[in-house]
Design a protein around this ligand. Structure first.
Ligand code: KDO
Length: 340
């Protein structure tokens, strides 16, 4: 057994070698460390690869990584990272930086904001941006989302105008003609309510499981924007599109407050500019697809019909106004929205 002095010397030598070894590798380590030091923006969405929303997020990734070397963007489509409707909770727990969320997700946390999930509320994409981007209504909305949900809405975009899609053709003029049909809607309560307001039996199924549910007959139909039914190929497993135009649907690019607050001013500018650019890209692409959408669907064998729109609008708006939801709506808010 060497005496303690020698032991100490050998330990010291070993330690020195270890440290110098690390020192020699330092440049490599620091390069690796720097790469790991990048702030990573994980984005989760249920969107299918071919959706304008998905193409917009790839554009966001390119623009951010080209202008902010300190940032890395990871786009997770088809709800592969987080299930549809769980993105807000994931952001609150810092397991996710960005979720593409909806007014229905917001209403799950701020019940009186169910007003923003009503059918036939928004007139068109321009009205959508007034309501959610540039008005006092928008400022209040984003303020409450940030303070009560701990996420920041960085931008809104046009997901499309939602219509009813039927697995099997049926003559549909009024909501009564949808009675008894199992209509797939997304999971949250306000989506279920929309399905009922349209006259159908709402069936909650996540977006990435809809194609299978239609092909197996688990549901009789769904409601979705034209661009997304093309992107997700729902026309392959359905026969008819009924142009109810019951909802101009927004999508919000939402970031966790903790991640947003951790960005430098320069990083915030790069991110904000890229959010705005991708939103414009998505709006324009979605509207272009909708302009030719019905002929595209007809060329894919779909029957496209127009119902009695006034009958649908009157019925759906009446159901919302008489609902328990409406009792919680802030006084005058619906008039402020309509006035924008
Ligand atoms: C859907 O599941 O029908 C829906 O359109 C709901 C939207 O709020 C949004 O979640 C959307 O799916 C996904 O982004 C996929 O397009």
């Amino acid at each position: 057994m060497k005496d303690s002095k020698q032991n100490i010397q050998s330990i010291t030598r070993r330690t020195l070698l270890a440290v110098s070894g690390a020192a020699l590798a330092a440049p490599a380590l620091s390069r690796v460390a720097f790469a790991q030091d990048k702030k990573v923006i994980r984005i989760s969405t249920p969107a299918a690869n071919e959706e304008w929303q998905a193409k917009g997020l790839m554009k966001f990734k390119e623009q951010v990584e080209a202008n902010a070397p300190s940032l890395e963007v990871q786009v997770h489509l088809n709800a592969t990272l987080f299930d549809q409707g769980t993105e807000v909770a994931a952001m609150q727990r810092n397991n996710l930086e960005v979720g593409m969320i909806s007014p229905q997700d917001v209403a799950s946390y701020i019940p009186e904001y169910s007003i923003f999930t009503a059918g036939y509320l928004l007139r068109d994409a321009a009205h959508l941006h007034k309501v959610f981007d540039d008005s006092d209504v928008a400022t209040e909305y984003r303020g409450r989302v940030s303070s009560e949900m701990d996420v920041t809405i960085l931008g809104s975009q046009y997901l499309g105008t939602r219509h009813v899609i039927l697995r099997q053709a049926k003559d549909v003029k009024t909501p009564e003609d949808l009675a008894g049909l199992k209509l797939r809607v997304p999971g949250s309560d306000t989506w279920q309510f929309l399905g009922r307001a349209l006259g159908a039996n709402p069936t909650p199924i996540a977006f990435d499981e809809v194609y299978l549910a239609l092909s197996t007959g688990t549901v009789d139909g769904l409601e979705n924007p034209i661009a997304d039914m093309l992107a997700a190929k729902f026309y392959e497993v359905s026969e008819q599109l009924v142009l109810t135009a019951h909802m101009v649907a927004p999508l919000f690019f939402a970031m966790s407050n903790s991640f947003w607050n951790g960005l430098t001013d320069e990083e915030k500018k790069v991110v904000s500019d890229a959010v705005a650019a991708q939103a414009t890209f998505v709006d324009e692409g979605t509207m272009a697809t909708e302009a030719e959408g019905t002929s595209l669907l007809e060329s894919n064998g779909l029957k496209v019909t127009t119902p009695d729109l006034e009958a649908f609008r009157k019925h759906v708006q009446g159901v919302y106004l008489e609902s328990d939801y409406a009792k919680e709506w802030p006084d005058g808010l619906i008039d402020r929205i309509n006035a924008l």
